[in-house]
Design a protein around this ligand. Structure first.
Ligand code: SF4
Length: 261
């Protein structure tokens, strides 16, 4: 839902194009403290995937009911080109929003930025839940970096509730399989590890193992107040128990397992 105050704020800084607010990008990169990432690149503000466990709205001071009102940062690829002249290190694509959310199909900002990063031979880290990334496989091949696909459950119905705008689990497993088979350095991000995985750990790990990826990162449910309220309302919690079982099963299958922080 878009509030009047949100509409007024957007009206001052950009213009609507259908369901999207187009804003001129003033800065492409921001310093990042995430492990292994020096600068964050987010071509979109807000995220249409609308995952209930997402803590990015609180990190970016965005109201939850405005989080799926996406702002499109027009011109980000040319800003990026200028900023890369004075910036070193790994660029993390999609640190606070998914770079392959539905808006990308139309605006292709992530794709344009990838082209720029490849030309400049920069190391990248891409993180997504979407099979739209497969469109850019030819660009990703030959680019220095790694690609992560988030998978939190194999249950399509539960995924529709907790990640309503994102592609379902089967598409994500298939995406990770194709990215890995194409020779990219991939990993599965199981984040957050939720109580819905309890009793399904073996099936879950077998599915991830079948993708061919050799790494897995485990993340815990963030305890920020508002997302905790959303998850409590559907009685889904973080699960340390599922996390440890997944760690042990995945390790036995030859997958290297890491904690996100
Ligand atoms: S895909 Fe990531 S950024 Fe987008 S809503 Fe889900 S958790 Fe948040």
């Amino acid at each position: 839902m878009t509030t009047i105050s949100n509409l007024l704020e957007f009206a001052e800084e950009g213009e609507w194009d259908g369901k999207y607010m187009i804003v001129q990008c003033r800065k492409a990169l921001s310093p990042s403290k995430l492990p292994g990432i020096d600068h964050a690149l987010n071509p979109y503000g807000g995220c249409e995937h609308g995952c209930l466990y997402c803590y990015a709205p609180e990190v970016t001071y965005t109201e939850w009911d405005e989080w799926t009102d996406v702002r499109v940062k027009a011109g980000i690829e040319s800003r990026l080109g200028k900023e890369l002249m004075s910036v070193k290190g790994t660029i993390g694509i999609g640190t606070t929003t998914d770079p392959y959310q539905p808006a990308e199909e139309r605006f292709q900002l992530t794709r344009k930025c990838l082209v720029k990063l490849k030309e400049r031979k920069r190391r990248i880290h891409v993180h997504t839940k979407s099979d739209l990334i497969l469109r850019d496989l030819p660009i990703l091949q030959g680019t220095d970096g790694e690609v992560a696909v988030t998978i939190t459950t194999l249950d399509e119905r539960i995924s529709k509730i907790i990640e309503p705008g994102a592609p379902g689990p089967a598409r994500r497993v298939d995406t990770l399989t194709k990215l890995t088979a194409a020779g990219l350095d991939t990993y599965a991000l199981v984040g957050p590890v939720l109580s819905i995985l309890e009793g399904h750990e073996r099936e879950f790990v077998e599915s991830i193992t079948s993708t061919g990826t050799k790494r897995m990162y485990l993340d815990s449910l963030n305890d920020r107040h508002l997302l905790t309220k959303r998850m409590d309302a559907i009685n889904i919690k973080g699960s340390q128990k599922a996390k440890e079982i997944i760690r042990s099963l995945a390790t036995a299958n030859g997958i290297k397992v890491f904690d996100v922080f």
